[in-house]
Design a protein around this ligand. Structure first.
Ligand SMILES: [Zn+2]
Length: 275
């Protein structure tokens, strides 16, 4: 399974010389399973570049696009994802059953001809929607896809993609130490158990978290604890704070590498990961 991130930044795009190495685009990931099934996760600003890559491909099969939630940094790139305007593309938006209505209305409202000049209901691609539910895995070829409810101010979901005994878990916009959790910590440990790769929200330091508790994000150390408790093999920090420079992130990642035996790293835009 190959995983490529097209956006790793949290909250708002943060372009500039001091964020160029990790990247300034917001959340978008492309997963290609060993059997060749492609899956996109989220439509942050990173999806623009993924769209350009897809335009160069011929005979693209239907692409599932899982939406973790509809906060702006996870949907904002959709109007600039050129495949939606081409009739040779078929796109299937997957969203959690619990918040499906808001997913549908938010994507259409974002492209209603007023907020953005093109209307989603008039684009040329073949768009359809599919509900997925917690505890009800969906299969694509050899790959199993399942979700867990995250702790975030609005319904937000983590995903696990498993294939041939390997698994990748991606949980962004998740507060592991939420005081009123929607999912308790033990359930997250179970969901991540034995994953070959976990990419988890680590927007804040412990110092930052004194001011940001309840905002729906986690710290580097909280993500490490989850990875250790779940016996995860590799951990990628994700949803980098827009104010965090590359140099600051390098320093934090080095500090974290000294605190755990797990292979931990900061996810970077454009870097391919393979499990
Ligand atoms: Zn976010």
């Amino acid at each position: 399974m190959k995983i490529m991130y097209y956006g790793v930044r949290g909250s708002i795009p943060a372009p500039g010389a001091d964020t160029a190495r990790y990247g300034g685009n917001t959340t978008c990931a492309e997963v290609v399973t060993a059997s060749g099934q492609r899956l996109i996760i989220d439509c942050g600003t990173g999806i623009r570049k993924l769209g350009l890559k897809l335009l160069a491909e011929r005979d693209v099969p239907e692409i599932p696009i899982f939406m973790t939630h509809v906060h702006w940094d996870h949907i904002q790139g959709l109007p600039f994802f050129l495949p939606i305007y081409m009739n040779r593309f078929r796109l299937r938006f997957l969203g959690a059953k619990e918040s499906f209505g808001r997913l549908y209305s938010t994507l259409y409202d974002q492209m209603d001809g007023y907020v953005f000049p093109a209307k989603l209901q008039e684009v040329q691609s073949d768009i359809n929607f599919q509900e997925v539910d917690v505890g009800e895995p969906v299969t694509y070829g050899d790959a199993k896809f399942e979700i867990v409810r995250n702790n975030h101010p609005v319904p937000t979901y983590g995903v696990k993609i498993s294939e041939n005994g390997r698994s990748f878990v991606f949980m962004t916009d998740n507060e592991l130490r939420d005081e009123k959790p929607k999912t308790d910590y033990a359930a997250f440990v179970k969901f991540c158990r034995g994953a070959d790769l976990l990419v988890h929200d680590a927007q804040y330091t412990e110092e930052d978290m004194k001011k940001t508790r309840g905002w729906g994000h986690s710290t580097f150390l909280e993500a490490i604890k989850l990875a250790e408790d779940a016996g995860v093999k590799r951990l990628g920090f994700f949803h980098h704070d827009p104010e965090r420079s590359d140099d600051q992130l390098d320093a934090i990642v080095s500090e974290m590498q000294a605190k755990t035996k797990i292979d931990v790293f900061g996810t970077r835009e454009g870097e391919a990961l393979e499990i």
